[in-house]
Design a protein around this ligand. Structure first.
Ligand code: NIG
Ligand code: FE
Length: 454
């Protein structure tokens, strides 16, 4: 079997539409953000109960140009196509061959762009060094900052392109990409510009996030008031520059004991919101730091990590979930796994409290060097005790909502972007069940076949 990544999509392929047929299961995720017991509802259509994949009642998906036109039984979909006045003969059949169809995966938390690598820290951690200890001694994020500042736009773009290819091959069709390894205005702007350009290049959609408050850079650490002086630099110099550039959709802060306090995070995120950048945050990754509470208070799009939130923080997210401003809890189990952490996110507690849960890779060179959302689904089942269905919801519709894209991506519904994956397994529970296997057969992005491993 060969994997073909077809850059830019379906060249020379004349049909404007696709009819995805022959699936054993289609998980549509229709119906919006999921929480509580609905977290595990994938709105599945299965062929077995409709007379088998070849039956006229078997579920199919039709896409026209970049959008989904209809999903349902083949008969109903063909009627819908005719009802839209579209020519059925221009829909090319795409055979799922007994596989499973899901929306394209959405990765709502990545640090896509950076220079260098940090494999040496794995050895340090095996010998007992703590993550924040390595950072405090000038390693960790700070060593990546030095390598990133030294990398030019072309080098960063080449790196980003290569890792986006890996993500696509694992079924991801939309990502968020944070800056945060520049930590000065010029370098942060370079990261945001490259992220934006990579999204324009496609096929993966890339949503840039400004994360100037990721760490205090070396030149500020030598000052007695280093953290506060750097926060002022973020507020007075970086944020206005980032806003003027206009690439960042979101602003993020590493709100953590020993990094930025909840008070400093609030000041930065409120200022960013005034510039039109929606808040999201690294919240309570290692210790209860008021991050979950702050996310609820400022109506953040998502609170990420939550490896060790307080009870009050969980309650605040539960309250937000019942309000008009639900905060998505974006859990990152590859990070706790790779850090060999004592604490993992209380996913069951969050789901039982009615908090909508998403999953992301946290792709970065220090704590989670994996581009693979399927691996994250496995880790969420094994370490967070989420069910396979809950993980699929978390990686599609809920992840799209965490990025404010709930009406565009993350589900297979008429009008949504035609982003889907055909998996080489007969049911979705097998996606997390075969860790390390390449299960992606075909990826369709905005109606174009962009990966073909059939
Ligand atoms: O999400 N915790 C903060 N930021 C990243 C790690 C960054 C790094 O170590 O380079 C994270 O885990
Ligand atoms: Fe992160």
């Amino acid at each position: 079997m060969t994997l073909r990544i077809i850059s830019g999509g379906r060249r020379g392929f004349e049909a404007e539409g696709l009819l995805v047929v022959g699936a054993a299961e289609i998980h549509t995720m229709a119906g919006g953000l999921r929480r509580g017991p609905a977290q595990g509802d994938t709105a599945v259509l299965d062929a077995a109960s409709a007379g088998g994949p070849g039956s006229p009642d078997a579920p199919v998906v039709a896409t026209w140009q970049s959008r989904i036109v209809a999903v349902g039984s083949r008969r109903a979909v063909e009627r819908a196509i005719a009802g839209e006045g579209l020519p059925l003969e221009r829909f090319a059949p795409l055979d799922a061959d007994g596989g499973t169809v899901t929306p394209g995966l959405v990765d709502p938390h990545t640090h896509l762009l950076f220079g260098g690598s940090r494999e040496g820290e794995l050895l340090l951690r095996q010998r007992g060094a703590g993550y924040l200890e390595i950072l405090a001694s000038g390693g960790g994020i700070l060593s990546t900052v030095a390598a990133t500042r030294a990398a030019d736009e072309e080098a960063l773009a080449a790196h980003g392109r290569a890792w986006l290819g890996e993500m696509l091959a694992h079924g991801t069709t939309t990502i968020e990409a944070k800056s945060g390894y520049g930590l000065d205005l010029a370098s942060e702007l370079r990261l945001l510009e490259v992220a934006h350009q990579l999204g324009r290049e496609g096929p993966i959609d890339v949503l840039p996030t400004y994360l100037g408050a990721h760490a205090v850079p070396a030149e500020f650490r030598v000052r007695p008031d280093g953290t506060e002086a750097y926060v002022r630099n973020v507020l007075e110099e970086q944020l206005p520059g980032v806003a003027a550039q206009g690439r960042a959709r979101f602003c993020d802060v590493f709100c953590e004991e020993g990094v930025f306090t909840a008070g400093q995070s609030r000041r930065i995120l409120e200022a960013a919101a005034a510039y039109g950048m929606a808040p999201r945050l690294h919240a309570d990754e290692l210790a209860p730091s008021g991050g979950a509470e702050l996310a609820a208070e400022i109506h953040a799009a998502s609170a990420d990590h939550l490896g060790n939130p307080s009870e009050e923080g969980i309650a605040a997210l539960a309250d937000a979930a019942r309000s008009d401003h639900p905060v998505v809890a974006t859990l990152l189990p590859a990070t706790t796994w790779f850090l060999m952490a004592d604490h993992v996110a209380p996913a069951r507690k969050l789901i039982e409290a009615g908090v909508p849960v998403a999953l992301g890779t946290d792709f970065n060179p220090g704590t989670s060097p994996t581009p693979s959302m399927p691996l994250v689904l496995t880790l969420a089942c094994l370490t967070l005790k989420m069910t396979p269905s809950e993980t699929l919801t978390a990686a599609t519709v809920n992840a799209a909502h965490a990025l404010g894209l709930g009406d565009q991506a993350g589900s297979l519904e008429p009008g949504r972007q035609a982003d889907l994956v055909i998996w080489r397994v007969p049911n979705a529970a097998q996606i997390p069940y075969w860790p390390g296997a390449d299960l992606v057969r075909t990826v369709v992005k905005r109606g174009r076949i962009v990966v073909d491993a059939s």
